[in-house]
Design a protein around this ligand. Sequence first.
Ligand code: FUL
Length: 606
Amino acid sequence: MKRLLYSLILVALAGCSGTPKEPTYVKHLAFPEGATLDEKVDMAACLVPSAPQLAWQQMELTAFLHFGINTFTDREWGDGSEDPALFNPTGLDADQWVRTLKAAGFKMVILTAKHHDGFCLWPTKTTRHSVASSPWKQGKGDVVREVRDACERHGMKFGVYLSPWDRNADCYGDSPAYNRFFIEQLTELLTNYGQVHEVWFDGANGEGPNGKKQVYDWDAFYRTIRDLQPDAVTAIMGDDVRWVGNEKGLGRETEWSATVLTPGGYARAGENNARLGISNMAPDLGSRAMLEKATELFWYPSEVDVSIRPGWFYHATEDAKVKSLKHLTDIYFQSVGYNSVLLLNIPPDRRGRIHAADSTRLQELACYLDRTFADDRVVGGDKPWRAAGGNERVYKLKPGSRINVVLLQEDIARGQRVDSFVVEARTAEGWQTIGEGKTVGYKRLLRVPDIEASALRIRLTQTRREANISRVGAFYAEPVAEQTMVAEWNDLPRDTWKVVGTSPLVVDLGRNVALSAFTYAPLNAEARPDMAFRYRFAVSDDGTAWREIIANGEFSNIVNNPLPQTVAFTGEVSGRYVRLEATSPEGSVARIVPEELGVTLVRPES
Ligand code: FUL
């Protein structure tokens, strides 16, 4: 019966010409029960982004600004007990932030108006834990306003990060009360600062005081946004923009914006996603095999968020660890070039300025991208091409073209439809295949072998209905050499250590040393369920009598960003034995291997 209904809809949509007019589903569609794979594929082809989602995708480059109390405590996650008096930037210059980012090609900035510590960068009426209680501008300052105004001056779009998890609010965990509190904060931000283009809700969700779990009222949060800022997209726990699944700057080569992943804020998300065996991290979120099992489909495109430094917040110790140009260009090709928007974090420092180490690197990146994409070698590559599976088209290249990058774009306002393609080049030796792939989407950049060619042939091997190719391009990207970065987080060679115990990890460093810090670095920078999260750190002179140096530590955000975390001691700490005892993110005993531990000497030996 449902099948019959589906056919009737198609017939009804047929124009006078007899060619069925294509249906359009904006942002979401539900497959009729019993729909065949072919019918599902047909419908999937007609799923399109909403207008704000389309405008968002076209920005390509957006910037994150992580700034707040953590900037002043040198932490990644504050616990909410921080004294607002610590917030005191000496020369905050939001105009410099926005100018720097604009010059680097970014189209929007997203400011952490409130991170998990609950400290608000605007003088909110909801809590005293804000800039209003800080010495900065005698409590009369408003960072959100300053950034918003700078965006206005420089024609930059503006977004807010508002952490649902709040480690300061007393009402956190008292679900209805906190939901009201959160909506009030959201309302202030979405009412008093002009247009807001993206609202970013982080997925981190810890326990409130006394272990109380907060149940968020996502529907009410979404309603508030739709009422106050109908053109804003909602990200991560929002339902317009999807977290790519890691914080390494790594998109998927095959990236479907028309995806089977149900947004996390929907009540049915848990059940739907578990049935399909997927999460944000799943490698396949939209192939035909996934469509076969799915009951609904979302236009839920991927956003790749990554920091220019190891951490999200500014730490002076990371000034020399700003990602290299090579690393950043790889990130660009693996995000923007993989049908995603890149959200690159550039954290302002304690002065309240973007540090020269970051702005210099941004400039280098912008120059590199400008140079690379200035000269499109394809002739007439922007002529729209409507093509079914099996169709091919030849594009001439300008004479004497040397290329190593091929660009493909679909007109996603008419859906994401390419299922697989092949790219060939005509060289002196004849036609040769130089690349192939599955998805295209808004933008696909293929790094192909460095060749001289006179033409490209694009063959769409499989499509969903007819695909709409809006652009084919070809470029030459100069190879970038990697600047080697040494992992400098352990001053004492491990072959001089003796492992005395493994659970907890106890190490005899071989002699008495003066330490200023220790580091925990998950093996291969990969998260594991039994990795360390909460920890205690102690030292001893004889391996028997211990002095606890840190009783209640936390490797904040280690699951999403499993990079080395260095913990600096408040003073000099000496001993011969060190002990690191930890529990995993799930609360069980963590497994730490000696290679994951490093110590920093007060006086490093050369
Ligand atoms: C994560 C947070 O926990 C980090 O601190 C950071 O804000 C990042 C963008 O999202 O989940």
